[in-house]
Ligand binder design. Structure first.
Ligand SMILES: [Zn+2]
Length: 568
């Protein structure tokens, strides 16, 4: 007898097979059989039956390869909100920002950097993280002991690795040969213990407290080649990188040629400052693939947008000319910098330069909106864009923007759509054969954005509403395709023998709901949330985690597994 049979469902198997009405049986956490008989007669009896009602789609659970739940998973086994949004596997440690390995002396530094670079609440991190580990294998063991609702695969993060070996010097200098050898040995140990790969960032906007660059940005060529070479030595693992302006595709191809491992390149956006760049780079990726190197472009299906105030102006921090503002330690000094005409001349000049990837440019003023103001006299500005206001006033938009922020006690809440605003071009990215759809950044930037529902949005917006992809293609792109890229065995597909990570949803309504603000982080810190729409069930390793009304089952246990075994 099976544990579960789901019948009369439209089966979308995650492998691109045209959908058909069928049924599926689960036993012992795995898919026992998939049948083209809607009534599932040959599947036999089951302890439990779920009726797909001939209209609901049964698909593999979504695999989110770009999350930052490293800290949150130590206090929240659900990886909220991903578990409620059809995600059954999360990959953590992206961009190289992990919390392991970490010595007790560096815990506070690590937490303060995470607060800055990933926009996490300092109080929530200080209160929430259970520091019952130091080494990377101890961290994995601690996650496993505590248990989790989704499956988790974890990168070893370059910034943590550097801090482990170089201490506070990690943000200041290149490593010596001895230090590089030490880092490589720790990485090899982590890969053997079950890390999914090695993640790093060379992105200019990745700064820790007071604008100090994140440690990985100080690595030189020798260090990068030695560490990525460890993946080749072990014969396992993905090299994941969030790329800044110095990391070119030919350089990444050289790494892939050296270690023979896949390279996952984030974050490939349509940048209004240079909309063709991502397509030039995709061309280079295609050429590298033709030479046998497995390079992937990680793309997203949302406009990259965020809410921010001048008190924490993350979108502006990638501008080199913003540095004096980043380094201003108190409010009076910060205000003086923002008002300084020389500072303003420099940022205007830089924002007008073309060819620098993925940062704020002067093409974005019509996508920068005033959301909330502090002072009553500014209320008429709510809902207007800085582009409009500047044209009306005949002023430079940067002056309008900074003057408003200064006059409004630095508390004006802005919303900016930075990248991926042109849907016709984004559609080309989503359909590209070398693209991996992800970039949810779930677990990070909690007060600015919530894109954890990217998979449901892909099914609802890009497949149903726009028709850029078929539902079969959309499902495949966030299930088996990314699971294959990460060498995650037996997941992301509805085939006999695969793990029973399943979602059941209504294709006529599926999507993500409206943004709302909730206060459920440790110490009551707030985050943005978007509820699922049209989701009628989720199972992880055969255990139901979301009920027929789309609500999380709080007492579902912790069915997720820490994934430690990866194909070569
Ligand atoms: Zn990231």
């Amino acid at each position: 007898m099976h544990d579960l049979v789901i019948d009369r469902a439209r089966i979308v198997d995650g492998l691109g097979t045209p959908a058909y009405e069928g049924s599926l049986a689960v036993a012992g956490g795995r898919i026992a059989a998939v049948s083209r008989d809607p009534a599932g007669r040959e599947l036999g009896s089951a302890a439990r039956r779920v009726d797909g009602g001939s209209g609901l789609v049964l698909a593999p659970g979504i695999v989110d390869i770009h999350t930052h739940y490293d800290a949150q998973l130590t206090w929240d086994p659900f990886a909220t909100p991903s578990s409620a949004l059809g995600v059954t596997t999360v990959v953590i440690g992206n961009c190289g920002f992990t919390i392991a390995p970490c010595r007790p002396a560096h815990r506070d530094l690590t937490v303060r950097n995470l607060t800055h670079v990933e926009g996490m609440s300092l109080e929530a991190l200080r209160e929430g993280i259970a520091w019952d580990f130091e080494t990377y294998p101890e961290y994995l063991a601690s996650l496993e002991r505590r248990g989790m609702v989704p499956n988790v695969a974890s990168f070893l993060g370059h910034s943590s690795l550097r801090t482990w070996v170089l201490g506070e010097e990690a943000t200041r200098r290149a490593a010596s040969d001895t230090e590089i050898a030490h880092m490589r040995a720790v990485l090899v140990e982590a890969l053997r213990a079950g890390a999914v790969g090695f993640a790093t960032s060379t992105a200019e906007q990745h700064n820790g407290e007071n604008g100090v660059p994140m440690p990985s940005r100080l690595a030189d060529e020798r260090e990068m080649l030695a560490l990525t070479g460890a993946l080749g030595e072990v014969g396992r693992g993905v090299f994941m990188l969030t790329k800044g302006m110095t990391s070119t595709i030919p350089w990444l191809e050289k790494i892939a040629a050296g270690n023979g491992r896949p390279v996952m390149i984030a974050a490939m956006f349509i940048d209004p400052g240079d909309p063709e760049r991502v397509f030039r780079e995709l061309g280079e990726i295609g050429q590298a693939r033709a030479r046998g190197r497995e390079l992937w472009a990680q793309v997203g299906c949302f406009p990259l947008g965020m809410e921010f105030t001048l008190r924490h102006p993350y979108p502006l921090e990638a501008l080199l000319a913003w540095r004096p503002a980043l380094e201003a330690h108190d409010e009076a000094r910060f205000r003086a910098v923002l008002a300084d005409p020389e500072f303003r001349r420099a940022i205007k000049r830089e924002a007008g330069e073309r060819g620098v990837p993925n940062r704020f440019s002067d093409k974005q003023w019509d996508h920068l909106t005033v959301m909330e103001v502090r002072r009553p006299e500014h209320r008429p500005l709510v809902g207007r864009t800085i582009g409009e206001l500047a044209r009306e006033a005949g002023r430079d938009p940067f002056d309008c923007f900074l003057d408003l922020g200064l006059a409004d006690d630095l508390d004006t809440l802005f919303d900016v759509r930075l990248f991926n605003t042109d849907e016709a071009r984004v559609s080309e990215l989503l359909r590209h054969p070398d693209a991996a759809i992800a970039l949810s950044d779930a677990g990070a930037h909690l007060s600015f954005l919530c894109d954890a529902g990217f998979g449901l949005h892909l099914f609802g917006h890009w497949a149903r509403e726009r028709g850029d992809l078929t539902l079969e293609q959309a499902v495949q792109s966030v299930t088996s395709r990314v699971a294959n890229a990460y060498r995650i065995p037996d997941r992301g597909r509805l085939t006999a023998g695969a793990w029973a990570d399943l979602i059941l949803f209504d294709p006529a309504t599926v999507g993500r709901g409206a943004r709302r603000r909730v206060n459920d982080l440790p110490t009551g810190a707030s985050r943005l949330d978007t509820p699922a729409v049209g989701l009628h069930g989720t199972w992880v390793n055969g255990v139901r985690t979301v009920d027929e009304r789309g609500a999380l089952i709080r007492d579902c246990g912790r069915p997720g597994r820490l994934l430690r075994e990866f194909a070569a």
